[in-house]
Design a protein around this ligand. Sequence first.
Ligand code: XBP
Ligand code: MG
Length: 237
Amino acid sequence: MLQALIFDVDGTLADTESAHRAAFNQAFAEEGLDWVWDEALYTELLNISGGKERILHYWQSTRPGMVELAGDGLRDTIARLHEHKTAAYEGMVNDGQVVLRPGVLALIDAAHQAGLALAIATTTSPVNIAALLRKAIGPDWRTFFSVVEDASTAPVKKPNPQVYLQTLQRMGLGASQCLAIEDSANGLQAARAAGLATIITSNRFTQHHSFDGALRVLPDLQDVTVAQLQAWHGQRA
Ligand code: XBP
Ligand code: MG
């Protein structure tokens, strides 16, 4: 019996990655770096979950053989870049540059009305979740979700299942009682590794990903009802 829906954030609740990409580029410029992540490069870099991890991966790929700078230099620089990036992204969300994907708000509301538990399992930063959902749902957004697990509580990023395992543990539910809703191969692999049947709603950054193992692959959540999710959940292997 389906008891809960566990939502990914970036690419699933909203098409956020264009704004993330712009925010990264703004932070690089503020730091005086000549790094510019165009859409093609960023689509590749999205294979690395987590903004800080993504910056480190790019930095190391542009300077092979780079060693850790003396002391915390490298980590401090990445942390500073990511702070600036997160501030820029939050500003873009507050300016209304990011909106929820089709059907998301209606499904959250319907699932809440139907008594399903709702949770969030994301590799993004808590600031980003709050900015997005405060804007989209209102200041009481947190009351819709029984559990929120994010980069601050689950530091080992997708495709590692940590964020989903911690979400299930905190909800006190078994994976078989839940459905995960994701947008990317990393997210699908993390959810599946936690034993979760997973619905994919791909987007232009992830439509080329492999979604083997997904329960369903949909263009978006438009017109997806709780009853439909319950039926699909009943068909899971
Ligand atoms: C997608 C990510 C995040 C975002 C950027 O998270 O991998 O890193 O791209 O956000 P999700 P941060 O699991 O919600 O798809 O810079 O805060 O990491
Ligand atoms: Mg995602």
